[in-house]
Ligand binder design. Structure first.
Ligand code: NAP
Length: 486
């Protein structure tokens, strides 16, 4: 397929945006990286219609065929890694190290994982049962089975922090289960996703099975969610947008997978290994300049170690090199946009006005260009402080003291979110007891390590449904029951 720059993919054809194009800005240099296509509403609808047309044939393909295509796509992604890494780096502003280790390779791993997923049994046999006669049917021995059927056309809508990783985490399982997809990346960094679409096309997915639409206007995502051709919306992003999508999708009874905002608690008990606790919290704090939904941005520290925790985090923030994401020793790069930087700064200010004590950061680092926020630490916060309750999505940590276990659980559960919490304690029994009381989808005990086969998702306003491993695969299916006499 001839490449003519960054283009849409609709029904197997590459196209420029009928509504023109818009600038993609490098968050570190503020220079324009390239132009992204601006899809018209008609193009979004055409993409959904193409996916609907391709669905019947694709849903009947053999699992082995789907697995082979997903593996082929993973091969092509690997071949084009040298092109994708600088592109993802430039449009996200992520550090080069993060881009090389996670932003691109994780995408390949996800495709490999879901190539295997395509081969998982889609049929679940049920034991035969002796059934009594009813006015509807004679009794006797009845066989039964459950089939995992694909849902249909899946709209995959993603946030800006990990553009192709987030996309692969949706497209991989959706295609593996026999669905067709329309992909809509975040407006800030859609370029690598257009290349990703091109790679899937080159891998040999039939026309219409994978479609890509991009745009900076709110209508792009809205038109996709509203399209009658879309059967399921798989969305990762903020809670308010998830709510808006849920309202529209509900009217069309579309299936929903919503991975939304987080405000992770990091509970540090006084028996914890403080080096582990502070090291773990600091590594996630700095990760992608805090633009990660699982970060323990609310540190809830027991009074016996509270001062040590604050001092340790303050010291750690001083070691985080902020600056050029291309420099090998940079730990904290820029935020994605001036708007995101302003949002973070505003919440820091409101947190201080509400009684938080600024212990580190709080100001812009001295740089000529770029949307930077210095690693910021605010201590002595009350649980109802807006900086404790609301999501930053930036390099900011707040610290709240507590006295006993019940209070720690109450503070951790006091936000509207429930995505990812952490418990640091040397007492395994206590750590597990506390974890089970947390109203959150995921808990790390003395670690930020994740198991990607474990289901990932949120309680409360952090979302609906689960990603990850076989749980994530099944999210893209409908259960069909079949029974017969005999
Ligand atoms: P966002 O503002 O919610 O946008 C996410 C996506 O939704 C973008 O592609 C956006 O494009 C689109 N969108 C916005 N309004 C829409 C509508 N009405 N209908 C359809 N699509 C719509 O999120 P973000 O700022 O990119 O990302 C940060 C958020 O993502 C944070 O809240 C973070 O916690 C969350 N996040 C969650 C997870 C998780 O796994 N739970 C992972 C990563 C990030 P347009 O703006 O162009 O419409």
């Amino acid at each position: 397929m001839a490449t003519q720059g960054y283009q849409l993919l609709i029904g197997g054809e590459r196209a420029d945006g009928d509504a023109g194009s818009y600038d993609i800005v490098n968050p570190a240099t503020e220079a324009v990286v390239a132009q992204a296509p601006e899809a018209s509403t008609a193009q979004v609808e055409a993409a959904a219609a193409a996916a609907a047309e391709a669905f019947p044939a694709w849903s009947r393909t053999k699992p082995e065929e789907r697995a082979a295509l997903l593996n082929k796509a993973a091969d092509l992604l690997r071949e084009r890694m040298d092109e994708l890494i600088p592109l993802v780096q430039a449009e996200t502003g992520a550090t080069l190290r993060l881009t090389q280790t996670m932003q691109v390779p994780t995408c390949i791993e996800r495709f490999r994982r879901y190539a295997t997923g395509a081969l998982e049994p889609a049929t679940i046999p049920l034991p035969r049962r002796e059934m009594p006669s009813t006015p509807l049917a004679p009794g006797g021995l009845m066989g039964a089975m459950v089939i995992r059927q694909p849902v249909g056309v899946v709209a995959c809508i993603t946030p800006y922090n990990f553009p192709i990783v987030n996309m692969a985490g949706k497209v991989g399982p959706a295609l593996a289960m026999g669905n067709t997809v329309v992909v809509k990346p975040a407006p800030q960094d859609p370029l690598a996703v257009t290349v990703f679409g091109e790679i899937l096309h080159d891998a040999g997915f039939p026309a219409g099975v994978v479609n890509v639409v991009t745009g900076s206007a709110p209508e792009t995502g809205q038109a996709l969610v509203a399209s009658p051709d879309v059967d399921m919306v798989s969305f990762t992003g903020s809670t308010p947008v998830g709510q808006a999508i849920g309202e529209v999708a509900g009217r069309g009874m579309k299936r929903l997978l919503l991975e939304l905002g987080g405000k992770g608690a990091g509970i540090v008990f006084d028996d914890a290994d403080l080096a582990t606790a502070i090291g773990t919290i600091s590594s996630v704090w700095a990760f992608h300049a805090g633009q990660i939904c699982t970060a323990p941005t609310r540190v809830i520290a027991q009074r016996g170690v509270y001062d040590q925790v604050v001092a340790g985090l303050q010291k750690a923030s001083g070691r985080m090199t902020v600056g050029d994401p291309l420099a090998p020793d940079t730990v904290v790069g820029p935020l994605v946009s001036a708007l995101q930087r302003d949002r973070v700064e505003s919440l820091v200010r409101r947190g201080v006005e509400a009684g938080g004590e600024l212990v580190a950061g709080g100001s812009r680092p001295e740089v000529d260009t770029g949307f930077y926020v210095a690693p910021t630490l605010s201590a002595g916060c009350k649980p109802d402080n807006p900086a404790v309750q609301q999501e930053f999505f930036g390099p900011v940590v707040v610290v709240v003291p507590f006295d006993d276990e019940d209070e720690a659980v109450a503070i951790a559960n006091s936000t509207e979110f429930g995505l990812y919490d952490y418990v640091f304690s040397a007492d395994t029994g206590r750590a597990l007891r506390v974890a089970r009381q947390l109203r959150t989808g995921n808990v790390g005990l003395n670690t930020a390590q994740r198991n990607h086969e474990a289901p990932f998702g949120g309680f409360k306003m952090s979302g609906v449904g689960r990603d990850g491993g076989s749980f994530g695969l099944h999210a893209y299916s409908e259960l069909q029951s079949i029974v017969w006499p005999g």
